[in-house]
Design a protein around this ligand. Sequence first.
Ligand SMILES: *Cc1c(COP(=O)(O)O)cnc(C)c1O
Length: 462
Amino acid sequence: MTIAQKLFSHLPATDRLLRDAAFTSLLAEFGHTRVVAAVRTLQNEAREHIRAAGQLPDWCEDWAKKTRAVLQNGQRSALQPVFNLTGTVLHTNLGRALQAEAAIEAVSETMRSAVTLEYSLDDAGRGHRDRALADLLCELTGAEDACIVNNNAAAVLLMLAACARGGEVIVSRGELVEIGGAFRIPDVMLQAGCGLVEVGTTNRTHLKDYRAAAGENTALLMKVHTSNYHIEGFTKAVSEAELVALGTELNLPVVTDLGSGSLVDLSQWGLPPEPMPQQLIADGVSLVSFSGDKLLGGPQAGIIVGKKALIERIQSHPLKRALRADKMTLAALEATLRLYQHPETLAERLPTLRLLTRKAEEIHLQACRLLPAFEQRFSEQFTVRVEDSLSQIGSGSLPVDRLPGAALTFTPKDGRGSSLASLAQTLRELKRPIIGRITDGRLWLDLRCLENEVLLLEVIAL
Ligand SMILES: *Cc1c(COP(=O)(O)O)cnc(C)c1O
C-alpha cells in the first residue's frame, strides 16, 4: 500500500460521520442533504490534500467543526451588510441610497399585508398602480401626471419607445452619455425603435443645430443630463427653456433624462446645486425622468413626470407592464416622497441627505474617537492617521464636486503595496466587512457614511 492509499483508508465514511454525536446538531440545523454534500466536498478536498502533500489536512482532527465552517460559509447572504467607508455616498456597487426609517417601515408593512396596489377603496374598482404616487409627484414637481418603473434606464427606454418609435430623436453630441454597463444613449434609441439624430459637436451645440436637424420625421427633442462627466472650457449647451421655445414653435415635445435630479435645492445646505425636475417642468419640458435611488434617496426606481397626454401614452404602452415597479418599491418610494412634503426635517430623516450634509469637523472628531481602536489592532504593520478626505456623492451625480470630511488612513510601515491589499482583504473578511479604498500608497476609510460607530468598534475588537 502506498502512503496515500493508507491515508485514504483513514478518512471516515460518510455514514459513520453522520452517526457521530457531534453531527446531530449539524443535521438539525442544516438538514441531511446539505450536511452530506458538505461532507462529500470535504472528503474530496482531503484526498486532494493527501495526493499533493502526502499527509492528512489538519482539520481532519475535527470533521464536525470543519463541516460547520463550510456550511456556515455557504450560508453567507448574497447581500451581506457592509460598512461603506469608500467615501462615495451613493455607491452603485454597494446598493446606492440607504432607506429612510419611514420607508423601511412602509415596506415591511406592505410585505406582510394585502394592500390597495391596484384597488380603489371608494368604488372597489381596479385603480392604477402609480395613481397615489403620481398625485404626490405632481404636488412635488408641478407636473400633470407621473409614471413609475424599475429604474431610470427603464424610464428612458419607455419614454422613447412610447413617444418616438419609428421617428427621430434629436440629441446633442455633447450628451450622448454612457451611464455604465451597457446603457448608452445611442443603444437605448435603437432598442426603443427610434432614430438618433446627433447635432452639434462634443463641446458646443447651438439652438440652430436643433432647428436645422428638425424635419417631418422628428418625434422628440431630447436633453440628457451629463451627470457623470464634465466638459470645461469652450463650451455651449442649449438650455431646456430655449429648447422648449423651439419645440413649441415646431410642435415637438422636449424630454429630459435628468439622471439623478433632486427634489430640493441642495445649495441650502451648502451642497453643489443639481437641476431639479420641478424647474424643468416649469420651463415647459414635456417629460422629465430621474432615478429613485440617487439624490432622491429612495428605492431603485425610475420616475417620469410630465404632460398628461404623454404619460397616458406611456402608461398604456406594453413595455410599461414589463417595467412596472412592485409594491415594495412603491411603498418605499411613497414614504420617501412624503418626507419631501416636510422639507424642514428632510436632512435628518433622509439618510442620503443626512450623510451628504455631515460637517467636516464632526467627521473629523469621529475619526479621532475611532483612531485608538484601529491603532491597537493595526499599528504593528501600519501607521494609522486621521487625514482630511474628500468624499463624493456618487452614482454619476455632480462628478466634480467633492465634500470635505475625514478618513482614517493606513500607511504600510514596510512601504509595500502588497500589505495594503492584504489589509483590505482582512477588512473585507470581518464579521461585518469594511470597504475602504486604496489611493496614494495608503488605505483610506472615509467616515462620511459611518453612522453606527458602536458596531464598527465591536467588529474591530473581534
Ligand atoms: C444614472 C442615470 C441613468 C440610469 O438610471 P438608473 O436609475 O441607474 O437606471 C440614466 N441617465 C442618466 C443621465 C443617469 O445619470
